[in-house]
Design a protein around this ligand. Structure first.
Ligand code: GLU
Length: 318
C-alpha cells in the first residue's frame, strides 16, 4: 500500500513593496490565505521588488509587519527560509536570466528598439489602462538590421505571442478566452534598462516555488494569458487561478494609493485586527454581519461560492 501523502496546495501572496498596504491588497491577501488554509495548504510570501526606483527594503518590512499584525502568516518566505529561498525578486535575477536563455534558444523572443513615443504615434492605448497593443514593428528585423539598431539603442526583449486564443478556467470568473496577439501583441520580458518584466518573473517564481493556486485582483486577469504562454514555453504546468473582484469605497469608487486613510498605518491605530478582518470578510460576502471575527472562524466559514460576484464595497463607517 502506498504511504505517500498528497502534496498540500501551495498559495502565495506576492505584493510589490511600493507603498503601505491598503485594504485592497489586504483583502486579496486575506482571501488567498483563507483559501489555502481551508484546504490545509501552505502559504508562501514573495516580495516583488524588481523595480528599485519604486521598491525598498524598508517598505517590504512595513508590508510584512502589516501582514503579521493581521495574523496572515506565511509558511515560507522572508523570516521562514525553506527550500525555495530567496524570496525577494531582486535576489532571483539569475533564475529569470536562465529562463530567458531558454526562450532565446527557442527563438521565442526578439529585440525591440521602439520607444514609447514611437509606439504612441502608431497605436491607441487600450481603454482605461494606458497600455498598448504592440504592432510588431521589430518582429521581423533581420539580424543585420537589429545589429545596426543596437549601435545606438539598447533594446528591450519581446516574447512572440502566438496567434491563437488562450483558454483557461478561472476559479472565480469562470471560463476565459483571450487572444493575446490581437489584444496586447508581443510583450516585454526584459526592459531596455535590463529589468526583467513582471510577466516573466512571476511565471518563473510561481513555477519554481511550487505555487499551484494564485489568488489575486481582477485587475491582473488580463495578464494571465500572457503568463500561461510563458509557462507553456518553459514547460511548467499552469497554477489554478482565481481573480477576485476589486474593493471599492462605500460609494463604489476604486481604491487608490491616495486613500491614505485606508492604509494600515492609519487603520491599525483605530481598530483591532479582528475588527478589520471581520469587516473585510463581510465586504467579501463571507460574514453576514459586519463584526469582529478571527482567522480561525473565517477559515471554517470560507467557501469560494460565498464570495460576492460584484465589486466588494467597504462600509461607510471606515
Ligand atoms: N506584485 C503584484 C502586485 O502587488 C501582484 C502580482 C501577482 O499577484 O501576480 O500588484
Amino acid at each position: 500500500m502506498s504511504t505517500s501523502q498528497p502534496t498540500p496546495v501551495c498559495g502565495r501572496f506576492a505584493p510589490s513593496p511600493s507603498g503601505r498596504m491598503h485594504l485592497g491588497n489586504l483583502c486579496c491577501a486575506l482571501l488567498a490565505w483563507l483559501s489555502v488554509r481551508s484546504q490545509n495548504g501552505e502559504m508562501l510570501l514573495r516580495i516583488e521588488d524588481l523595480d528599485p526606483d519604486r521598491c525598498t527594503r524598508e517598505k517590504a518590512e512595513l508590508l510584512m509587519d502589516d501582514l503579521f499584525w493581521l495574523g496572515l502568516t506565511w509558511d515560507e518566505g522572508p523570516g521562514h527560509e525553506r527550500t525555495h529561498a530567496p524570496y525577494y525578486q531582486s535576489a532571483r535575477r539569475e533564475l529569470y536570466e536562465s529562463a530567458l536563455s531558454e526562450l532565446r534558444a527557442k527563438n521565442d523572443v526578439y529585440p525591440c528598439f521602439c520607444t514609447r513615443a514611437e509606439l504612441h504615434a502608431v497605436s491607441a492605448p487600450h481603454a482605461g489602462d494606458g497600455t498598448f497593443r504592440y504592432p510588431g514593428l521589430c518582429r521581423n528585423l533581420t539580424p543585420a538590421e537589429a545589429e545596426e539598431k543596437s549601435r545606438t539603442r539598447r533594446p528591450s526583449l519581446r516574447f512572440r505571442a502566438p496567434e491563437d486564443t488562450v483558454t483557461f478556467e478561472d476559479l472565480y470568473c469562470g471560463p476565459q478566452n483571450i487572444n493575446v496577439q490581437s489584444t496586447f501583441g508581443d510583450f516585454i520580458v526584459r526592459r531596455s534598462d535590463g529589468l526583467f518584466g513582471y510577466q516573466l518573473a512571476v511565471v518563473v517564481d510561481d513555477a519554481l516555488t511550487g505555487v499551484d493556486e494564485v489568488v489575486r485582483g481582477r485587475d491582473i486577469l488580463s495578464a494571465t494569458p500572457r503568463q500561461i504562454y510563458l509557462l507553456r514555453e518553459l514547460g511548467y504546468p499552469a497554477p489554478r487561478y482565481c481573480h477576485i473582484p476589486l474593493l471599492t469605497d462605500a460609494q463604489g469608487r476604486r481604491l487608490a494609493k491616495r486613500d491614505r486613510d485606508l492604509d494600515l498605518s492609519a487603520l491599525s491605530r483605530r481598530y483591532t485586527p479582528q475588527r478589520l478582518l471581520g469587516m473585510l470578510a463581510h465586504a467579501a460576502g463571507l460574514l453576514e454581519e459586519d463584526r469582529a471575527a478571527d482567522l480561525e472562524e473565517l477559515t471554517a466559514l470560507f467557501d469560494w461560492s460565498n464570495v460576492r460576484r460584484d465589486d466588494l464595497r467597504l462600509p461607510s463607517w471606515l
